[in-house]
Design a protein around this ligand. Structure first.
Ligand code: ZN
Length: 467
């Protein structure tokens, strides 16, 4: 009997257990979540609740409370709880939202990823910065390794996102040695005098010892032009070459020279040529005269610089267009007024020094109005202007092919014991004149000339009008 009771009891317990289990499954499924039970949400993205369905029953008759917050600025696991009451039984379901950081840190290399380095040098770190959207500054966590001239930088953020950047070391030295002559690049000495090479300074980015070879001789017993060539070669074979010119001349010819050289530069200012010419004049402490025309206003500062550095700013023309300026006197004066106003606006001083485009002897004006130069040359003087032509032509706007030509044309045109007005140009890219200028000045000084700028007290040197 007892045994039978026990059997019945166990059977009931068994059946009840199965019922409870079935009920539990049934109940837990009542709140059915839309979407996934585990949602991955990237940092800073907004969490959108997808909602739920009530199974087996009529949705509207149940109040479902949803609780739980998702902080999308913090990596972590967040639980959303869905809760309701079915006939006095609490029913719950959960959703997990995982806020994840998927963005890798970044590493920034100072001075870039390609570094030039000398063949034997140990690489000295140029510096780097690592930062992460979530962890902030990770610079201290960067692992740096160097192998075969590649430097590798690695770092991971707290979520395991990692980044690797590389720096490449280029040990191929292509930089030339720096070779600077001591003393002047040009010497003018008298026959029989002694010449001592003042030597040079040499430096290189990689090589400690740089060989410098000096070729050429200076024979001071004979007049002539001598060239010394200095060649510096570093360990990688990069070579720099500089030259020095020594001119040996007969001084007797120029004893008691009272000659004056007026260097004049037409058609500027231009951004390439004018600063170089001004630099040379400054270095040599020589004053000169610039006959300017109108250029883009970005070069106005050069007119200012000419004036501020003590040179004369003369008027050449606004347009330099022969047809326009020589077709009538009214056009000429109109053009002159424009360049005069421009110069006065920049320097604050009215200029009364002019040079006719093409010179007063030009023959082109007769094509536009015959006889105009005869009238202009006498009229401008009565208006208070002084006009200057030239008696030494560098030919830098004509036949001179290179700096040597320019040098020779000027030197051959100079005459002692008179005023020498030298025509040159500071128009665009005039390397011929830039390259000859220092030697011309050296020659003039060595031969007893004085350099000066034109001002209104300077005697006019005028061509014969030819129209
Ligand atoms: Zn000109």
């Amino acid at each position: 009997m007892k045994r039978r009771l026990k059997k019945i009891f166990l059977t009931i317990v068994f059946i009840l257990s199965i019922m409870m289990f079935a009920l539990a499954i049934f109940v837990s499924n009542i709140i059915d979540l839309n979407g996934d039970k585990v949602v991955y949400l990237a940092l800073d993205n907004e969490y959108h609740e997808k909602g739920f369905n009530i199974k087996y029953l009529n949705d509207d008759s149940f109040d479902v409370k949803i609780t739980g917050d998702v902080d999308n600025t913090k990596v972590g696991e967040y639980k959303i709880k869905y809760e309701t009451d079915v006939f006095g039984i609490k029913i719950k379901n959960y959703r997990t939202v995982e806020v994840v950081d998927e963005e890798a840190p970044t590493i920034e290399l100072e001075n870039g990823s390609d570094i030039k380095i000398c063949a034997k040098d140990k690489y000295v770190e140029d510096g780097y910065k690592a930062s992460d959207n979530y962890d902030g500054d990770l610079t201290d966590k960067v692992k740096v390794t160097e192998k075969d001239d590649v430097v590798i930088y690695k770092v991971s953020d707290s979520s395991g996102n990692s980044v690797e950047v590389r720096r490449y070391l280029d040990r191929n030295d292509t930089e030339k040695p720096e070779l600077v002559l001591k003393g002047n690049s040009t010497y003018n000495i008298v026959v029989g005098a002694k010449f001592n090479d003042p030597g040079y300074d040499v430096k290189d980015n990689c090589s400690q010892d740089v060989d410098v070879k000096v070729e050429g001789i200076v024979d001071t017993s004979k007049t002539g032009s001598y060239e010394l060539k200095y060649t510096a070669v570093d360990e990688s074979g990069n070579a720099t070459e500089v030259k020095r010119h020594v001119r040996v001349y007969e001084k007797e010819k120029y004893i008691n020279n009272t000659g004056i050289i007026y260097l004049t530069f037409d058609d500027g200012p231009t951004s390439y040529s004018t600063p170089k010419i001004l630099d040379i004049l400054k270095k040599k402490n020589i004053k000169a005269t610039f006959f300017v025309i109108n250029h883009e206003s970005s070069t106005n500062y050069l007119i200012k610089r000419e004036y501020d550095e003590g040179h004369t700013v003369g008027l050449h023309s606004y347009t330099h267009n022969y047809k326009e300026i020589y077709s009538s006197k009214a056009n000429f004066y109109n053009d002159m007024k424009k360049i005069s106003d421009k110069v006065e606006g920049i320097t604050g001083k009215k200029s009364l020094i002019i040079r006719f485009p093409g010179g007063s002897s030009n023959t082109i004006s007769r094509k536009y109005q015959k006889g105009i130069m005869t009238e202009l040359t006498s009229e401008v003087k009565s208006l208070g202007y002084r006009y200057y032509d030239w008696n030494v032509d560098s030919n830098d706007a004509g036949g001179a092919k290179n700096s040597d030509d320019v040098y020779r044309n000027v030197i051959n045109g100079l005459k002692p014991n008179r005023s020498n007005i030298v025509l040159m140009h500071d128009f665009a890219k005039n390397d011929k004149t830039i390259g000859a200028l220092e030697a011309i000045i050296d020659y003039g000084l060595a031969n007893g000339y004085r350099f000066d700028k034109i001002d209104i007290t300077t005697s006019m040197i005028n061509h014969k009008v030819n129209n």
